[in-house]
Design a protein. Sequence first.
Length: 157
Amino acid sequence: MAENLSGATTLYNTYWVRFPRGGATHDTAVENTNALVNATKQAGVQKIAHISITNPSADSTLGYFRGKALVEEAIAGSGLAYSIIRPTLVFGAEDVLINNIAWFLRKFPFFSIPGDGEYLVQPVHVEDVAEAAVNSAGSSENTIQDCVGPETYTYAI
């Protein structure tokens, strides 16, 4: 991996396992990302711009959130310059979640919403996330930034 990264100045890391399947688990994603961070250091890459999630927590019982927090810790502790971008609900032309919700709403007369639906969400367009990542590479400071859209919604009707 280090040889393939040779000559790069910034690594844009979007790697993750959305759902565990077969041998690809959140734990293996953490291990694989640690190997990528080590290869990045060996190659002399100057900075990592990492796409994470909002509210990762090493204490979470959910492997997705726990794993994302562990990856952030590994990147922050690597000695490399870093920017961690934490997008909320990402949408765009080929997104999975919003398109799946829209499909369900078109096909079924009901849609399950956990709780009272009053919790807030600030969707962010995929191009805005990409712009935040690219812009972060120009900064010499280590940063962690939430990447949220300008509008706030609830799931309540």
